[in-house]
Design a protein around this ligand. Structure first.
Ligand code: OSB
Ligand code: MG
Length: 368
């Protein structure tokens, strides 16, 4: 497949409500879209990097810069497929989210030209996926309970509470008391604790959580293994896993017993599938994380979440959980909290032109 040019388009997507985590508050999503134009069509992807380097070291201006200066120029001129993109970008360290966006746009173009869906290409075994929702830190417990109630009524099958020191045991207890022990419930600390907090975090053991996600710092793999020994709640890693090699290390260290597979964080869907395969071989459950994606990124995440090893509900929420108007036709949960996996060629969705024009902030065209 010969690429004639690549568009880097920035869009600003206001969130329906502020999303607060232990690393900051988002009120709008500043998204970099990548559009690859080839001789026989085009491919889209969304870069998951956020405005500021808080969740990880990447940020959206940096991602656009590395794409423009290093990653796009590294693509061979005589034709490229998604596997090749992964290989030629490998010598550049880091920048997983930028790499993921470029590889995904190429993969979308490739699959659109052959008529195959992401789900079929990745090896999906289901045509719909159960959905969880990630609930931000709130100013008060009543506010949190109202938010959770709304999501439960919408049909979400699993609730994830964002936690941080000062907002952990009390919100979990409140949600358990109000919604009962059958609610699938988990927490995500986004690296807000240290091993000194082990005893405090063990108080969460009383609440039958599915997992605690990334309690300690991104590079604290050894400390996570020590913490895991002191908790009954299963430890799940998010930020710490940037590749299949990281996943292998975490599994052999005992740093986690569950993995949040976020394709953007690991450099793309092909690496995400390798983590899925590795985890499955080790009996480690995985689930599909999210980065507040628009419909473009969501479509591919939902396809990945349909692979057989994704045995826990993901952060694959409906469009309405994030945006009043999504970039694509909205993803809408069915009555029992599932999303249909797109079946069309490639991502199976595309940006709605009117919406795209409305939210576009800037536009850069890179000729090959
Ligand atoms: O840690 O999983 C996370 C959103 C942005 C950055 C990091 C995280 C999240 C979420 C929300 O928890 C996931 C989603 O609904 O897309
Ligand atoms: Mg997380």
């Amino acid at each position: 497949m010969k690429i004639s040019g690549i568009e880097l388009r920035r869009v600003r997507m206001p969130l329906v409500a502020p999303f607060r985590t232990s690393f900051g508050t988002e009120t709008a999503r500043d998204v970099l879209l990548v559009r690859v134009v080839t001789e026989d069509g085009e491919g889209w992807a969304e870069c998951a990097a956020m405005s500021e380097p808080r969740y990880c070291s990447e940020y959206v201006d940096g991602a656009q810069d590395v794409l423009r200066r290093f990653l796009i120029p590294a693509l061979p001129e005589d034709g490229v497929d998604a596997e090749t993109v992964g290989r030629v970008l490998h010598p550049f360290t880091g920048h997983q989210m930028a790499k993921s966006a470029l590889e995904t746009a190429v993969l979308d173009a490739q699959l659109r030209s052959t008529g195959q869906s992401f789900a079929a290409h990745l090896g999906a075994s289901r045509d719909r996926v159960p959905c969880g929702v990630s609930v931000g830190i709130m100013d008060s417990l009543p506010e949190l309970l109202d938010a959770v109630e709304g999501y439960v009524e919408e049909g979400y099958v699993r609730i994830k509470l964002k936690i941080e020191p000062g907002w952990d045991v009390a919100p979990v207890r409140a949600v358990r008391e109000r919604f009962g022990d059958d609610l699938l419930l988990q927490v995500d600390a986004n690296a807000a604790y240290t091993l000194v907090d082990a005893q405090h975090l063990a108080e969460l053991d009383a609440f039958g959580l599915l997992l605690i996600e990334q309690p300690l710092a991104n590079d604290d793999m050894v400390q996570h293994a020590q913490l895991a020994k002191r908790l009954r709640t299963p430890v799940c890693l998010d930020e710490s896993i940037e590749s299949a090699a990281d996943a292998a290390a975490a599994i052999s260290l005992g740093a986690c017993s569950i993995i949040n597979v976020k394709p953007a964080r690991v450099g793309g869907y092909l690496e995400a599938r390798r983590i899925h395969d590795l985890a499955r071989a080790h009996g480690i459950p995985v689930w599909c994380g999210g980065m507040l994606e628009t419909g473009i990124g969501r479509a591919a995440n939902v396809a990945l979440a349909a692979l057989p090893g994704f045995t826990l509900p993901g952060d694959t929420s409906g469009s309405g959980r994030y945006f009043a108007t999504d970039l694509t036709e909205p993803f809408v949960l069915d009555a029992d909290g599932h999303l249909d996996v797109p079946t069309g060629p490639g991502l199976g969705v595309e940006p709605l032109k009117d919406v795209l024009d409305e939210v576009t902030v800037s536009n850069e065209w890179i000729t090959r």
